[in-house]
Design a protein around this ligand. Sequence first.
Ligand SMILES: [Zn+2]
Length: 262
Amino acid sequence: MTLIDTHCHLQASVFTPDREAVFARARLAGVQGFLCCGTEPQDWEAVSQLSRDQPGVVPAYGVHPWYIPENPESALQALEQRLTNEPRAWVGEIGLDRTFGPPLARQEAVFEPQLAIAQRFRRPVSLHCRRTWDRLLLYLKRWPVPAVLHSFSGSKAVAEQLLDRGDCWFSFSGALTQGRNARLPALLKFLPRSNVLIETDAPDLTPWPVWRETPGTRNEPAYLIYTARQVAEIWDLPLDETAKQLTKNAQALGWTRKTEVG
Ligand SMILES: [Zn+2]
């Protein structure tokens, strides 16, 4: 069985003491692909290094809405440089957030140029969106790049509009395993199976079965299996068929073309 973690942050310093072991456990659990997302120019080189050192790691570079730098212009130039040098790289994690971070206008002033860059370089984007669906839909219509909504939590109405736009995928995280409300499972059932992906967002969003045993546990790609199992249950499919579908979806998006997965 092969799984692809379509959004994680394995460059995070919390993985420094045992990063090799984290990758080894991931591979043992069938996770062969990792979209490793940068969040600000300071962590992009670490992402790049991982994509060179670790099979299956695809790099993504972006300025996260919580981490808008003093000088966004130089960050945007650095992003173009990265994409020029690294033809496999995505743009991400980028997005908009009304619950945290600087004022929305400042976030948008960095978000839209990053979409424009993604379009110019023909790269997919990995998107963060919290209570900003109105604005996100507007920008995504303006910039028709392939887009993955990371840890998707929008409404059915939002999903419908994104599906109408086309070239949108919906990535489910460990939040799906919490089972506290029926909203995410209902959303998953509603979406076409070909548009669904899974992710860990490691080191965050630890799946509930792990968290319940040991609260505070750092998330890692090996735990992607818990989300895959939950998807299988909701789809009412055997786990291996579910994994096949999810991996095919990630590959359709094109991001694994030049990695070992496939
Ligand atoms: Zn993230």
